[in-house]
Design a protein around this ligand. Sequence first.
Ligand code: AMP
Ligand code: ZN
Length: 283
Amino acid sequence: MPSHRLALCKNHYIEWFERRVESTIKEFKMFSKNDRVLVAVSGGKDSLALWHALVKLGYQADGLYIDLGIGEYSKKSKEIVKSFAQRIEKNLHIVELEREIATIPTIKEVDSRPACSFCGTIKRYYMNKMARDLKYDVIATGHNLDDETAVLFSNVLSWNIDYLKRQYPVLREEKGFVKKVKPLCKMTEKENALYAFFNRIEYIEDECPFAEGSTSISYKKLLASLEEQSPGSKIRFYLEFLRKVHPILDKDYQKSLSVCKVCGEPSSSEICPICRLKAKVGV
Ligand code: AMP
Ligand code: ZN
């Protein structure tokens, strides 16, 4: 691992990975062993590696899978998540989007935006609603260092201050919003894949069919070539942002929030995006 100047065998790698996850949780005060954690699992390597590591470290962690109804991709990932939950003997909650609104391909027919934009809004809405209804203290997602640096890079390119303010591994609990954390924010995609491989975790390798050609993929490629030329630059870019820039932005952080007139969920507009989507679909 050139960026850490380390070379480890399998057992020491697993130990190193879990220690690093635990120290990230403590450094950012994400949660403790007394908290009930809801891990949002997609069936990919990151979120399954996270769930595995949290359970092994002794945290109380259950899973949440949102079935987006994206054909074979969703069917396969749902089966993978279900069998993993059985293997680790933990509860898995499932939201069927088809029952709540409609599947992503159906919504795509009535909504001209890129699927990733409304899909992200939908996932965040149900993660929050489920965690609150089921009385979890915190939601954990599998966002990794590659995700975080790609988003950071894109937000810096356009100096999108509002998004930069919200880019932190912890989003605190706020009126109607459950606390959200990213314990794998310091681990690369490759490091998560290796942890999954060493623990014989089966995961879905296919990308979501709608994600093809997304700009974040091109930023990831760009940052990967930078990392190859100068190992450690990715983690430095991210951690120095958190250390030097975020505290300045966070000072005047204020969110204007009320609740959606239709469903009562927290929303910055009179009617939340999900209820507007439901009206469009006609449910
Ligand atoms: P993505 O938005 O696909 O980059 O995924 C980021 C994180 O969101 C993943 O690591 C998971 O924690 C969570 N996530 C993505 N898709 C799902 C899903 N279908 N159900 C539950 N959680 C998900
Ligand atoms: Zn609503």
